[in-house]
Write a protein that binds this ligand. Structure first.
Ligand code: ADE
Length: 250
């Protein structure tokens, strides 16, 4: 899989993506990351990429020509191009589902905005999708692009050492992840739950599932409608919800 990032700060990449399993995947050639300096597609002699907004107002707007030229240059240079994604707080929310959809693409072109905004004609005519990493505003699209690359790349088979770990993450089956423990069995007076040391794989699986459902009820009840539940899990969730409402009433 190939990622092309269009930015006025190409030196920000690979940045944190050079480390850990993502860095290893890039080193091993399982994925390619290219950052492109949008300024190189601006006009000489000033190579200006921003200008004042039509209609007035504060701040500057990213000019359309450098971005559209850069997008077209990337599309012309790659073997098979995938969607052009503009990182923006106005985009559709990045979720595990969206990451899964993007992970099957051969290539993604990511456009990083700066300033007050990007000329709307880029978004209307040269971008396929807008993606937001959450309901807050950053000063540019570079960190969101890194978040998107990391989220997508870890779903590409072979990138994570252990293929089961991505399948067991939070959100994969709709619920949050269960707690994890390792040695020592006791640290200070904090003990690992006995069930995890029992060797009874059936009880362990059931405990983990119940913990995951309990945490989801407590912290992210909005996720519950998308969690697939057996009849006994449905009863468990109903008990957790009742306990939660008792706690809230107390
Ligand atoms: N650019 C600025 N804020 C953003 C956000 N929340 N998501 C994606 N891109 C952004």
């Amino acid at each position: 899989m190939r990622f092309d990032v269009l930015t006025i700060f190409p030196e920000m990449f690979p940045g944190p993506l050079a480390h850990g399993v993502i860095g290893k995947a890039l080193d091993r050639g399982l994925a390619e990351l290219h950052s492109h300096d949008v300024r190189e597609y601006a006009d000489p002699p000033h190579w200006q990429v921003d200008d004042e907004p039509f209609g007035g107002g504060a701040g500057m707007v990213f000019k359309p020509e450098p971005l559209v030229r850069a997008i077209e240059a990337v599309e012309a240079s790659v073997e098979t191009s995938g969607p052009v994604i503009f990182l923006s707080p106005q985009g559709e929310r990045l979720t595990h589902q969206l990451a899964k959809e993007l992970a099957v693409q051969p290539q993604l072109t990511m456009v990083c905005g700066r300033y007050e905004g990007v000329d709307q004609r880029v978004r209307d005519h040269a971008v396929d999708r807008e993606v937001s990493i959450g309901d807050y505003v950053l000063t540019g699209g570079e960190i969101p692009a890194m978040v998107l690359i990391e989220t997508v790349l870890r779903l590409v088979p072979t990138v994570l050492g252990d293929p089961t770990s991505a399948q067991l993450d939070s959100f994969v089956e709709g619920a949050l992840d269960h707690p994890h423990y390792t040695r020592p069995a006791q640290f200070r007076d904090w003990r690992v739950p006995e069930v995890l040391r029992s060797g009874d794989h059936g009880r362990i699986a059931e405990w983990r599932r119940e913990q995951a459902l309990r945490i989801t009820v407590d912290r992210r009840p909005d996720l519950l409608p998308d969690v697939e539940l057996s009849a006994s899990e449905t009863r468990f969730v109903e008990r957790c919800l009742a306990q939660k409402s008792d706690r809230e009433d107390a």
